[in-house]
Design a protein around this ligand. Sequence first.
Ligand code: AMP
Length: 468
Amino acid sequence: MSGPKHSCGVVGFALNTNIAPFIYRALRVIQHRGQESAGVSFYDGEGIQTVKGSGLVHEVLDAERLASIEGKSGIGHVRYSTAGSKGDLNSQPMSVATLHGQMALAHNGDITNADELRRSYLQKGWAFLTDSDSEIILRLLSRDSSSYHDPIRAIKNVMSIIDGAYSLTILIGDRVFGVRDPYGFHPLCVGRLSEGYFLASESAVVDILQGEFVCDVGPGEIVEIPPDSVKISPPHKLSNTAHCMFEWVYFARPDSVLDGRETYQVRRNIGKILAKECPVDADVVIPVPDSGRAHGLGFAEESGISYEEGFMKNRHVERTFILPDQKQREAGVSLKLNPIRSTIQGRRVVVVDDSIVRGTTLRKLVQMLRKAGAKEVHVRIGCPPIISPCYYGVDMKSRDQFVATNRSVDEIADLITADSLGYISIKGLVEALGFSEQDLCLACVTGRYPTVIAGESHRFQRRLDSDF
Ligand code: AMP
């Protein structure tokens, strides 16, 4: 699949006052969902203005740019960094002018039929400015808004054409909409402030803006947030949802509640189940900070082994996961994490992390622990072996990148030089999440996809229940 990848974060505001300070803070709360670019589109009373660029939220929206935002409605975006998809052209929100006014779009997810749609519209003479699937959504929306003169009908029609993962915030003139794909892959929720309403990828925004949580945008729902009330259109319903399990395992903040499940508690449950499934005799449990903390805590609670800080994390180092080559990634890991010797020396250590993708991080960490004097190093992982690519927005794209492709758990243990290695089972993960297996996307660990993807096996056919 071409184009930039979109496990990003989105927000939208409709207030009775200037959105600038609110949207700025909201975007900073969801900064972990994307560090490559940030942006805001707002309605200034006459038209839509966009302020965006590469960098972190506080860099892009510096004092001068922030002061230029003056409007009561708007949407915002932070974009996930993935190797090879840089450039301001792809940063969001994207906006277009139509005969019936301007509109802007912020997108989290990947559209799975984007290549096919792009080809068919190119043949019809359409031109695209970017290779982004979000632009396809925006162009379809502008076409349908012109034919229907009704944003909800236009959005519904676009939803019947696109497939895959999308949590969207949309600004049409001064109207703000939130849309979630019928599978509910990535999160989106509605919050209330005394000044109006907002949409956000994660509920932590509600707490930090001292608002009230109103609801999750349900799978297939379209929500409009005028300042005085929220309007929800009947959902575009499927018989099953496909919530991305990786949101809870790794991606979302521990303090966010997604579809009724707090990330922190899910991770803690994972740790507890992991301790039951893969017990080990050891002296200390250490988490890989920060993503493995809650998993590690659950493991320690269940096993009765003491939980201690075993690594110091340098927060100022860039994300190692996206560095382009193995040497740089390994060097990045030792710059980012360093063992705390007194926790490690002479002890049997259990290291708990959220997931293994390439195995770079854990291989390096096991070596570091041995050098710091660990007697034994046991690795426990809060996500089953990742064996299949994600087509829905998480940056895990090719089978040859996964250490678990064509390797047994023992072979992986040898490769990362651990004394033992244990992954949570798929059943255990499902139990920790508290959804039925049929309502989760587990494609990266099962190889069975909830939507039809050419060349991959799929879990169930798309079944529409509504008269949509
Ligand atoms: P690796 O060294 O490739 O095994 O990386 C695994 C670590 O990177 C995990 O422990 C996660 O904390 C983090 N991680 C996993 N998936 C992703 C992703 N798609 N994007 C960024 N970081 C990730």
